[in-house]
Design a protein around this ligand. Structure first.
Ligand code: NZQ
Ligand code: ZN
Length: 380
C-alpha cells in the first residue's frame, strides 16, 4: 500500500425529507447563491422544498447550468456572484449543477478566468459550497472533482478543489429520473469503482473487498430498480453506492486507472454522449486492449464479482470482460460506437488530441493517443 492522507470533510445528510434540514446547515451571515439546472426541480417538488426551507435566508438564484456544464455559463454566474457579494453557494441538481457550482465558487474567489482555473487543474481559493443532490452518479457530492466543458472548442476537462461542506441526499428525489438517466447513473458509479479497482491485485485486501462490495451491490440492485424505480430502499442503496464509489474511501493507498473516463470525456465533448453512457462504451474496450496488463486483477474480479471459476485463465479473463459489457447492456445502454453512429473520424480526432497534449493515462501511464485509438477501434 502506498502512503496516503485521507480527509473527507463532507457532512452527508441522508434520507427522506432531509431537505427541510437546510436551515440548520446553511450560514445566516453570508449571502447565498442557489444554483439550478434547466428546471427539473420545478417538476419534482425539489424547488418547492428548497424555497420553503430557505425562507428568511438572504439569497439569489442562478438558473441554467446545463448537463456537462460549460465555462461560458459559469462565467455569467461568477459575474453575478461578484456583483451580489455572494459568500456561500448551494447547488440544487445533479453532478453538472454541482460541478458548475464548484467552479463558480472558485471563480468568485479569484481574479483569473474560470477556464484558467480548469486548465491549471486545481483552485487556489474557493468559497464554501454545499448541495442538494438530485442524480446519484458522479460522487461529486462527496469529492473534490469537477468536470467542465468549453463549448467554443468542444473540450472537457476535470479539475480539483474543495469538498462540499454538506450534501443532502434524499432518495425520493430520484423517483423522477428517466430509465435512461438511472442507467447512466448506475453505469457511472460502476465504472468509478472499476477505474480504482481494476489495476493490479495485492495492493490492499481491504480496498479490494470494499470495491467488490460496491460492484456487487450495484449489480444486485440494477435489475430490481428497472422493475421498481420508486422503491425507497433500492434507490437509497443506489444513491449511497454512487457516493461511496467516488468519495475517496475505496482508493486509499492504491494505484488508479481513469483512462476510460478521459476517453469518455472526449466522446461527450465531441458528440454529446451522456457521461455514464460514454463509459459503458469505452470501459469494455479498455479492458480488451489492456487485458494482459490487467490479467491478474481481471481474474480476481471475474471470480469474486461474477463467480467465474471455470476454464483457462485466458478464458476466465475474457469471460470477465464479456460479463462487464453484458452488465452495461443489461442497464439498457449500447456499448458500441457504431450503435451511436460514431466512426473513424472521431477516433482519429481523439488520438490526435491526446498526442498533441502529450498525455498518457492509466495506472501505468501508457494510454497514449495511439492506445486510446486501439481502445476505440475495439469498441467500434
Ligand atoms: O438541468 P435539469 O433540468 O435539472 O435536468 C437534469 C439534466 O438534464 C436532469 N435531472 C437532474 N435531477 C433530476 C433530473 N431529471 C429528473 N429528476 C431528477 N431528480 O438530469 C439531467 C442530467 O443531469 P446531470 O447533472 O448532467 O447528470 P450527472 O449527475 O450524471 O452529471 C454528469 C456530469 O458530471 C460529470 C460528468 O462528466 C458530467 O459533466 N462528472 C463529475 C464527476 C465529479 N465531479 O467527480 C465525476 C464523474 O466521473 C463525471 O465526470
Ligand atoms: Zn464518471
Amino acid at each position: 500500500m502506498q502512503n496516503f492522507i485521507f480527509q473527507n470533510p463532507t457532512k452527508l445528510v441522508f434520507g427522506k425529507g432531509q431537505i427541510a434540514k437546510l436551515p440548520e446547515l446553511l450560514p445566516r451571515d453570508k449571502k447565498i447563491m442557489v444554483t439550478y439546472g434547466g428546471g427539473s426541480v420545478k417538476n419534482n417538488g425539489v424547488y418547492d422544498q428548497v424555497t420553503t426551507a430557505m425562507k428568511g435566508f438572504d439569497y439569489i438564484e442562478f438558473w441554467g447550468i446545463e448537463p456537462n456544464p460549460t465555462v461560458e455559463t459559469i462565467r455569467k454566474a461568477v459575474a453575478r456572484g461578484k456583483e451580489n457579494n455572494v459568500g456561500f453557494l448551494l447547488a440544487v441538481g445533479g453532478g453538472s449543477v454541482l460541478d458548475g457550482t464548484k467552479l463558480i465558487a472558485a471563480g468568485i474567489a479569484s481574479e483569473v478566468d474560470a477556464w484558467d482555473i480548469v486548465k491549471k487543474g486545481y483552485a487556489e481559493e474557493q468559497l464554501p459550497f454545499a448541495d442538494v443532490l438530485t442524480v446519484p452518479a458522479t460522487g461529486s457530492e462527496m469529492n473534490q472533482g469537477s468536470v467542465i466543458t468549453r463549448a467554443e472548442t468542444r473540450e472537457k476537462y476535470g479539475w480539483f478543489g474543495k469538498y462540499p461542506q454538506f450534501s443532502i441526499l434524499d432518495p425520493e428525489v430520484t423517483y423522477s429520473l428517466s430509465d435512461y438517466q438511472v442507467a447512466c447513473g448506475l453505469a457511472d458509479a460502476y465504472t468509478h469503482v472499476l477505474e480504482q479497482y481494476l489495476t493490479t491485485p495485492g495492493q490492499s485486501r481491504l480496498m479490494d473487498r470494499w470495491a467488490e462490495g460496491v460492484l456487487q451491490s450495484v449489480i444486485e440492485i440494477a435489475p430490481k430498480i428497472k422493475e421498481n424505480p420508486k422503491d425507497y430502499d433500492l434507490m437509497a442503496d443506489y444513491m449511497l453506492a454512487a457516493t461511496l464509489a467516488l468519495n475517496d474511501f475505496i482508493r486509499m493507498g492504491i494505484a488508479q486507472d481513469w483512462a476510460t473516463h478521459q476517453i469518455g470525456h472526449e466522446l461527450t465533448a465531441l458528440h454529446g454522449v451522456t457521461h455514464g453512457h460514454s463509459l459503458a462504451i469505452v470501459m469494455p474496450g479498455t479492458l480488451r486492449v489492456l487485458k494482459e496488463q490487467k490479467h491478474d486483477k481481471l481474474l480476481q474480479y471475474g471470480e469474486r464479482v461474477f463467480g467465474i471459476t471455470e476454464g483457462t485463465e485466458q478464458e476466465r479473463v475474457d469471460k470477465a470482460i464479456e460479463k462487464t459489457e453484458e452488465f452495461y447492456r443489461s442497464l439498457g445502454l449500447t456499448t458500441r460506437l457504431s450503435e451511436e453512429n460514431i466512426g473513424e473520424e472521431t477516433i482519429e480526432i481523439i488520438r490526435n488530441r491526446f498526442n498533441e497534449r502529450g498525455v498518457a493515462f492509466g495506472e501505468n501511464k501508457n494510454v497514449t493517443g495511439d492506445v486510446a485509438r486501439e481502445i476505440l477501434i475495439s469498441c467500434s
